[in-house]
Design a protein around this ligand. Structure first.
Ligand SMILES: C[S@@+](CC[C@H](N)C(=O)[O-])C[C@H]1O[C@@H](n2cnc3c(N)ncnc32)[C@H](O)[C@@H]1O
Length: 180
């Protein structure tokens, strides 16, 4: 099972039909489609990205999947999440790094990712989940992954944390999950 499948599985266990979910890193829209299908026609998905190219690709993908009407695509960084939704969110998904086949210099970074995670934690409903896939094969990826891993471990007094106890060696991707 891929890391992406594991992240989806963690979300599918918790996210219910009719709920609101957030794709914090829209990219090519694969995760947005997954979230939209999981929440169903009565649910809602907010998806964020700083790149116009991501919104265009995702828009087409959602149309093709027949789930466009339940999704709101936000051309802003995920650090603005709190301006768009104030609570009751069933799941927030982060797929960190760069947009494949596009400008690899546009990457998620520690400062804004941690701000978004803090907000995600606040707007999550009890029992809701945050899933984070950390990629670190690109410049800056390792530093962001370490900062996110440390932040996640620091939440363990108040949230259920699924994360490696030691920072994983190497530069392969790894999954972090938090349940409220
Ligand atoms: C690994 S890709 C996401 C892949 C995506 N989930 C998919 O299913 O195709 C990471 C994305 O994060 C975006 N990104 C970078 N900084 C961001 C920010 N501050 N807020 C939201 N997205 C950001 C990049 O533009 C890129 O599209």
């Amino acid at each position: 099972m891929t890391i992406s499948d594991q992240a989806k599985e963690a979300i599918a266990r918790v996210l219910e039909e009719g709920e609101t979910a957030i794709d914090a890193t829209m990219g090519n829209g694969w995760d947005t489609v997954f979230l939209a299908e999981t929440v169903g026609p009565s649910g809602k998905v907010l998806a964020f990205d700083v790149q116009e190219a991501a919104l265009k690709k995702t828009d087409k993908r959602l149309e093709r999947a027949g789930v466009r009407e339940r999704c709101q695509l936000v051309h802003q960084g995920h650090e603005t999440m709190g301006e768009h939704v104030s609570g009751g969110v069933g799941a927030v998904m982060f797929n960190l790094g760069y947009l494949p086949y596009a400008d690899r210099s546009v990457i998620t970074t520690e400062g804004t990712t941690l701000r978004a995670l803090q907000t995600a934690r606040e707007i999550l409903r009890p029992g809701g989940v945050i899933a984070i896939i950390c990629y670190r094969g690109h410049p800056g990826g390792q530093d962001e992954a370490r900062a996110v891993w440390q932040w996640v471990l620091a939440q363990s007094e108040s949230l259920q944390v699924d994360a490696p106890k030691d920072f994983p060696v190497g530069d392969g991707p790894f999954l972090l999950a938090l349940t409220k």
